[in-house]
Structures are given as structure tokens and as C-alpha cells.
Design a protein around this ligand. Structure first.
Ligand code: NAD
Ligand code: DAU
Length: 333
């Protein structure tokens, strides 16, 4: 594959994916990104300008998308409104970008017969009970809980329908919670790390019993690249690294690695409709494509992530005050 259009390539996972492609292929990359509050030019700084071009624009802009798609061999679609808390306050832009934006891309790849990979989330399956051993599989029923996850579920359904009805060459991946460099400070792990770095107390929603299935972002990117190259057209692959942990344990591990007292946090109002537990069975990806996570040790992945935020204050400091201002409004309710 020579020319790859990466939507949302200035966001957390997209920027890591662009780096992965640069290091592991000879692809020419166009990033299409609207640079919303979550997009960051700085995440693409220093990359080979001969191979990476940033186009600032909206995935729902049909003319722009049609033109860009027409001269690419593949589209890898990361762009989205991605944060559950925001979706509870302002669901409209989630419908606009995640549903109508994805629709716009699908129509363009249909017209130009371009390979499409859709990046989605385990949240489309809803949540699991805390006290059972069940995990999501590719056959689990869709049951999204939040405006964010319901718009991602809608976009998955569009992709499936475009494969079946129009024969587009598409695959879907549904991944669990990512952590690593370049993640916006609104998300759980970077929020707590940067709180500690600025001398603010960490914040835990409710009692912290909710479980997330953590995967290092580089392992997610490796999975997406493999699926793009060798995945079966029309298939869905779950991407997870058997990394289930409850939020309180993750927070206390962060505090311990940053040499803070394990009780140095505040419990704040819980998220309405807060999904209890996510857990993924990634057997299909492992067996069919031979994928396995390289980052198996969560504590050392966390140490690397903490170091990254320590060393890249200029990347996140401009985002921090506004993010915490929004959280303060939420916590005041
Ligand atoms: P992010 O919020 O960090 O980045 C999203 C990017 O999309 C930003 O650069 C933003 O500017 C861009 N964008 C938003 N609206 C746009 C629009 N209308 N047109 C063009 N660009 C637009 O998100 P992320 O965490 O990197 O997630 C990327 C994708 O991966 C999303 O589709 C998300 O649903 C999915 N996903 C995320 C996780 C996770 O743990 N973060 C896990 C599974 C799946
Ligand atoms: O499962 C995949 C999903 O993971 C992705 O689809 C989403 O794009 C991504 O944002 C993430 O969703 P979550 O809602 O799980 O991630 P978040 O980082 O917002 O929260 C993780 C957990 O931590 C969740 O149970 C809420 C809790 N939390 C979050 C914040 C910001 C806290 O306890 N305190 C906090 O300050």
C-alpha cells in the first residue's frame, strides 16, 4: 500500500499510528484532521515531511473527502469525538462526526473503490458485570450505553451495511482502553499523571470499582496495521491485551510509581450511566493474524507513560487548565 489517508491522525491513537507506519512501511501518509480541542499539530512535529502531509479539514466535508480519497490506496479511520464525559454534555457533535463523518467517508470509498479500515471501540457491546468471567467476542450483541458509544455503534453498523450492500473492501477493529504517549489530559491515566505533576490531587469517579481492559497504544497500532494488510474483508477483529484492572488499582499504581501516598486522591461524582466492566477476547486476531501484545507489563508501560508526560510538559500544559475548568463544572453539579 503506497498512499494511506489517516483520519484523526493528529489525535492520540492516530498520531501513534502515523509513527508506526513511518517506522514499519514505506507508505506516504496524508492526515485528515479537523484539529478540534483533541487534535494537536505538536503530535506530528518532527516527522518526515516528505512522507506525512497534514490536511486540516472535517471528515464530514464531502467535497474535501471525495478529493482526498480519490488518490489514496487506503483509508484508516480514527477521527471521532472520543470522550464519554463530553458526549453526556454535548451529544450533537458526536452524531455529526462519528455518524455523519463516517458516512461521508464510506460514500467516498464506495465511489473510488478504496480499501477502508474503521477503528472502533469495545464500548459498542455495552458493559459486563463486575463479578463474572464473561468477555466480549466478535459475536457479542451491540448494546451501547452512552451517546459516544452509541454513535460508534452506529458507525460500525454503517460499515457493515456498506460491505454487504455495496461490496466495499472494509474491516473493523474494536479495541479496549488505550494508554501511552500523546493521550489528551482529559482521559483517566494522563489526567491523574498530570494532576500529580502540577501538584493537584488525583480524581476518582465513585469508588473506582469499574474495570477497564488496558492495552498499550503501540500494540493497538500494530494490530490495525496488520488488519489493514492481511485482515479478511468484511471481518471484525477485537483488539485487547488481557489487561483488566479496576480504576482504583490503576490510580494507586500511578500514585505509587510517582512516589505519592496511595490515599492522595479525591473521590468525585460518578459518571452517569458509567459502564461497569469491559473485557475483550482477542483470540481471532491472535489466531488468524498472529498478533500478540508486546507491552505485557502494565507497570513498566505506565512508567514509560509517566516519563513521557514528565518530559513533554510543553505538549500538555496548554491543554490542562481548560480541561480542568470543564471538569470543575462537572464536579460542581
Ligand atoms: P482523540 O480524541 O485523541 O483524537 C481524535 C482526533 O480526531 C483528533 O485529532 C480530532 O481533531 C480529530 N477529529 C475529531 N472530529 C473530527 C472531524 N469532524 N473531522 C476530522 N477530524 C476530526 O481520540 P483517540 O483516543 O485517538 O481515538 C481514536 C479512535 O479510536 C476513535 O475513533 C475512538 O473511538 C477509537 N478508540 C479509542 C480508544 C481509546 O482508548 N482512546 C479505544 C478504542 C477505540
Ligand atoms: O474502551 C474503549 C474506550 O476507552 C474508548 O472507546 C474511548 O474513546 C476512551 O475514552 C475510553 O473510554 P473510557 O470512558 O473508559 O475512558 P476514560 O479515560 O474517560 O475513563 C476510564 C475510567 O476511569 C472510566 O471508568 C472513568 C474513570 N475516570 C475517568 C476520569 C477522566 C475516573 O475515575 N476519573 C477521571 O478523572
Amino acid at each position: 500500500m503506497k498512499r494511506i489517508l489517516v483520519t484523526g491522525g493528529a489525535g492520540f491513537i492516530g498520531a501513534n499510528f502515523v509513527r508506526h507506519l513511518l517506522g514499519h512501511s514505506d507508505a506516504m501518509i496524508t492526515v485528515l484532521d479537523k484539529l478540534t480541542y483533541a487534535g494537536n499539530r505538536g503530535s506530528l512535529h518532527g516527522l518526515d515531511e516528505q512522507r506525512v502531509q497534514l490536511v486540516v479539514g472535517d471528515i464530514a466535508d464531502a467535497n474535501l473527502v471525495d478529493e482526498l480519497v480519490s488518490y489514496h490506496d487506503a483509508v484508516v479511520h480514527f477521527a471521532a469525538e472520543s470522550h464519554n464525559d463530553n458526549s453526556l454534555l454535548d451529544p450533537g457533535r458526536f452524531v455529526q462526526t462519528n455518524v455523519l463523518g463516517s458516512f461521508t467517508l464510506l460514500e467516498a470509498v464506495r465511489r473510488h473503490d478504496v480499501r477502508f479500515h474503521h477503528v472502533s471501540t469495545d464500548e459498542v457491546y455495552g458493559d459486563l458485570a463486575l463479578d463474572d468471567a464473561d468477555r466480549f467476542t466478535e459475536d457479542s450483541a451491540y448494546n451501547p450505553s452512552s451517546p459516544y458509544s452509541s454513535t460508534k455503534a452506529a458507525s460500525d453498523m454503517l460499515v457493515r451495511a456498506w460491505v454487504r450492500s455495496y461490496g466495499i473492501r472494509a474491516t473493523i477493529s474494536n479495541c479496549s482502553n488505550n494508554y501511552g504517549p500523546f493521550q489528551h489530559v482529559e482521559k483517566f491515566i494522563p489526567r491523574q499523571i498530570t494532576n500529580v505533576l502540577i501538584g493537584r490531587r488525583a480524581r476518582l469517579y465513585g469508588h473506582g470499582n469499574n474495570v477497564r481492559d488496558w492495552i498499550h497504544v503501540e500494540d493497538h497500532c500494530r494490530a490495525v496495521a496488520l488488519i489493514l494488510e492481511r485482515g479478511t474483508i468484511g471481518s471484525t477483529y477485537l483488539v485487547g491485551a488481557d489487561g483488566e484492572r479496576d480504576n482504583l488499582s490503576v490510580l494507586q499504581l500511578i500514585l505509587a510509581r510517582m512516589e505519592c501516598d496511595p490515599s492522595d486522591f479525591d473521590q468525585v461524582i460518578d459518571r452517569p450511566g458509567h459502564d461497569l466492566r469491559y473485557a475483550l477476547d482477542a483470540s481471532l486476531l491472535r489466531k488468524e493474524l498472529g498478533w500478540a501484545p508486546l507491552h505485557q507489563d502494565f507497570a513498566s508501560g505506565l512508567d514509560q507513560t509517566i516519563d513521557w508526560y514528565r518530559e513533554h510538559r510543553a505538549w500538555w500544559e496548554p491543554l490542562k487548565a481548560e480541561t480542568e475548568r470543564r471538569y470543575a463544572l462537572r464536579e460542581a453539579i
